[in-house]
Design a protein around this ligand. Structure first.
Ligand SMILES: O=C(O)c1cccc(C(=O)CC[C@H]2O[C@@H](n3cnc4c(=O)[nH]cnc43)[C@H](O)[C@@H]2O)c1
Length: 251
């Protein structure tokens, strides 16, 4: 049994909180559209949460650095209050690699990989891990990815995090050659995942495709369609997250 409580999803055994980090307010509001209760604002130093039931929605900013900083702020505040999050979700619109992730479709990351953290060399790009530093990818829990794909009809694959939106066919082909399982690129997932990992909290990334990855044509981005797909996906996601929280937080 799951009861909607004031500050969390009250299951028979525990209260569960989920942090959803988008880049911009339009994406946050699209996620909020899936929940029955109008969100209330919770102001923290540096960030403002929109709280709806057990979900805290955060417009964390564009790009991996600001997204990581904002997500870490929310995670730290929750931990200090003694009500840590059970899951962090990076969500928003994205570019989709064609033909596998058409505009309007949904991608669920089974791998959140930063595509441009490393060094350019005469022999090509070298990821930061090959230089002996850090990490370049985070993997969401497999069972959760499976359940979210089943519930939403999304497709599982790698979602790349880039600091520069791809604007040419050559760059799209280069990224796909280096990451054959990539379905989408966006700009925040890896930053959100780094913050979640620092707090030992599992992460998920969900992206609605607004444009093809390739030659730049900003006027052709179908942002409204992608935001509608995001709302629909979160409507189907809530029961999955509640079930997953009760049964299987680690796999
Ligand atoms: O102008 C608007 O109304 C509007 C509404 C919602 C979102 C936006 C954005 O510009 C969001 C930027 C955000 O989108 C991701 N994104 C989308 N397509 C790509 C892409 O091809 N490559 C990389 N990132 C993409 C990204 O996460 C940005 O932060 C505008």
């Amino acid at each position: 049994m799951v009861l909607q409580a004031q500050e969390g999803l009250l299951t028979t055994s525990s209260v569960v909180r989920v942090l959803v980090a988008t880049a911009v307010p339009a994406e946050r509001d699209a996620v909020a559209g899936a929940f029955p209760a109008p969100p209330r604002e919770v102001r923290l130093p540096g960030v403002t949460l929109h709280r709806s039931g057990g979900y805290d929605l955060l417009a964390a900013g564009v790009g991996p650095a600001l997204a990581a900083a904002s997500t870490a702020t929310a995670l730290t505040a929750a931990a200090l209050e003694g009500t840590p999050y059970a899951l962090v979700v990076s969500a928003g619109i994205a570019g989709g690699f064609q033909p596998d992730a058409p505009v309007g479709s949904l991608v669920v990351a089974d791998d959140i990989t930063v595509a441009d953290l490393g060094a350019d060399t005469a022999d090509g790009f070298v990821p930061v891990t090959a230089l002996g530093f850090g990490t370049v990818s985070h993997r969401p829990p497999e069972s959760l990815v499976r359940d979210v794909v089943a519930a939403t009809g999304g497709r599982a694959g790698t979602v790349l995090t880039v600091s520069t939106v791809t604007g040419t066919a050559a760059r799209a082909a280069e990224l796909r050659a280096r990451h054959p399982h990539a379905l989408a690129e966006a700009m925040e997932g890896f930053g959100v995942a780094e913050a979640a990992a620092a707090h030992g909290v599992p992460v998920l990334e969900l992206r609605a495709v607004s444009n093809p990855v390739g030659p730049r044509d900003r006027a052709a981005w179908r942002i409204g369609d992608a935001l509608a797909a995001l709302t629909e996906a979160f409507g189907k996601l809530a029961p999955v997250l509640e079930g997953w929280n009760r049964h299987d937080r680690t796999h």
